[in-house]
Design a protein around this ligand. Structure first.
Ligand code: LMR
Ligand code: MG
Length: 491
């Protein structure tokens, strides 16, 4: 597969291009993303689906520039798919020919099932949540897929989308009742077994809603954001009662103001119909699905178990060749295990400790000063796929406080400050001791970490951090060090 790949998705509202760069066999990151609200479906719904001239021209202009940008970025392979508006259009072949002639682009129109499949594949591989119903609210249609522990159980596509509902029921009238009935009728076409606690939200309308909620909650990313479904339903009710000027004030972009009422209506109808309790926002969707089904074509469209493409591509791009990070990870986990009956921290945090340790030196090429801060920043921003927002924040905190200082508060609901400090100090000790690969850990008494084989410099450094620890450290001389002892006494 080419190193730099572009995927263009011509949705009924927006056309978007994502450019992915592969950093190794399966490691990759999103190099560039651009979008244009071409609204190719405009005016088609009241005209038997026929694409109108201006919307077609707008889309061709955007595609031409997408192609130029792709070339500038060194793209070697381009996939272009089109969804609902082109699916419905009796004149789609005219558009396809013009795109080929004027932009040099080969567009593939995908059916609703395939569209649902791409959404499902992107969530299964790139979201931390592997069970739930994907809901992709588009401009012309919406797609769903029922996922259970990493498997796609079924898929569906319905002809309800933000622009279709807007043009049929809201433009020039305000037929909310008519829109609701139309949506309700479409929902009846779904397979009967569709219900779940979790929804994985995909598409421009859902992202627009999540963006505002994320801002309110001081959360930096959309992908991996978890919010109660009730909140979306209340928020959508507020939106449906607001004037368009108010929507801009609420923070919706100009591009979104005229379609968010219908988009939110469709989304909430799904949430209520499926009995969803929690929504996980997915920044990924059809584009990532197209890219992944090519990248993973020889392995059943799934990454190998335990593989994370963001973690891999961070290491590919930023890790120093002589890094001690693997040794740090090994030792941090050994300390965790050695003291496990004392700290009783849930095993699930061990995975975060492992990743934080592995990435704890990522920023070392920027220089040794503030290295923890640099590494934490790179990890937080680079661990895009496969993590919840909380996991990403925890990994960042562990790396940030892997030096002499420990955190003063815990913002993690199920992790007390004492536990958080403990995890940070395991990483901090492992960093210090990683120069001594023959070091051995044991726990001769509750709350005591015995370290055998630490070098002279390591002992000296540990003495500087030992006063902050919630457990005691002993070296093979059997001297138990605590802040009460004069450091020099141990040598
Ligand atoms: C689509 O139709 O899938 C997209 O255009 C969605 C959107 O709202 O931008
Ligand atoms: Mg779409």
């Amino acid at each position: 597969m080419a190193k730099i790949v572009a995927v263009i998705d011509i949705g009924s509202n927006s056309a978007r291009m994502a450019i992915f760069e592969k950093t190794s066999h399966f490691g990759f990151f999103l190099l560039e993303e651009c979008k244009s609200r071409v609204r190719v479906s405009e005016g088609s719904y009241e005209n038997g689906g026929i694409l109108q001239e201006y919307p077609m021209q707008r889309t061709l202009f955007a595609l031409k520039e997408f192609m130029q940008r792709a070339k500038q970025k060194g793209v070697r392979k381009i996939f272009c798919v089109a969804t609902s508006a082109l699916r419905d259009a009796p004149n789609s072949s005219e558009f396809l020919q013009r795109a080929k002639r004027e932009c040099g682009i080969q567009i593939k129109i995908i059916d609703g099932k395939k569209e649902a499949y791409y959404g499902a594949i992107s969530c299964l591989n790139l979201s931390h949540q592997k069970s739930g119903i994907t809901i992709d609210v588009g401009g012309g249609s919406s797609e769903c897929a029922l996922l259970e522990e990493g498997k796609i159980l079924s898929m569906a596509s319905l002809d309800i989308g933000a622009i279709r509902i807007k043009e049929l029921f809201f433009d020039g009238k305000n037929d909310v009742e008519g829109a609701r009935n139309f949506i309700k009728q479409e929902l009846q076409k779904l397979p009967k077994d569709y219900s779940h606690k979790y929804a994985l939200g995909i598409g421009g309308s859902i992202r627009a809603l999540s963006k505002i909620i994320a801002k309110e909650r001081g959360v930096a990313f959309l992908h991996g954001l978890e919010v109660e479904a009730e909140y979306y339903i209340d928020f959508s009710r507020k939106i449906s009662e607001s004037h368009n000027d108010m929507l801009s004030e609420m923070g919706f972009s100009e591009d979104r103001v005229d379609s968010i009422k219908s988009g939110a209506l469709v989304f909430c109808a799904f949430l209520e119909y499926f009995g969803i309790k929690k929504v996980i926002t997915c920044g990924v969707g059809v584009r990532e699905g197209v890219f992944l089904s090519d990248l993973l074509r020889h392995c059943g469209s799934r990454f190998p178990k335990g593989f994370n493409p963001s973690l891999k591509s961070l290491l590919d791009r930023f890790e120093d060749k002589k890094s001690r990070a693997k040794e740090i990870k090994k030792q941090a986990l050994q300390i965790f295990d050695t003291l496990s009956s004392f700290h009783k921290i849930s095993e699930k945090y061990k995975a975060s400790l492992a990743i934080a340790s592995r990435l704890s030196l990522l920023g070392e090429r920027l220089g040794c000063h503030s290295q923890s801060a640099h590494s934490a920043y790179l990890a937080f921003n680079g661990l895009e796929y496969g993590f919840s927002y909380n996991e990403r924040s925890l990994i960042k905190t562990l790396i940030e406080y892997s030096g002499k200082k420990l955190p003063k508060e815990s913002r993690f609901k199920s992790l007390s400050l004492k536990e958080l400090k403990m995890l940070c100090s395991f990483l901090s000790l492992a960093k210090i001791l990683s120069y001594s690969p023959r070091v051995q850990y044991s726990s001769p008494a509750t709350g005591v970490l015995q370290i055998d084989g630490a070098g002279h410099l390591a002992r000296e450094q540990i003495l500087k951090v030992v006063k902050n620890l919630d457990f005691e450290v002993a070296f093979e001389s059997k001297n138990i060090l605590s802040n009460k002892l004069h450091p020099r006494m141990t040598f």
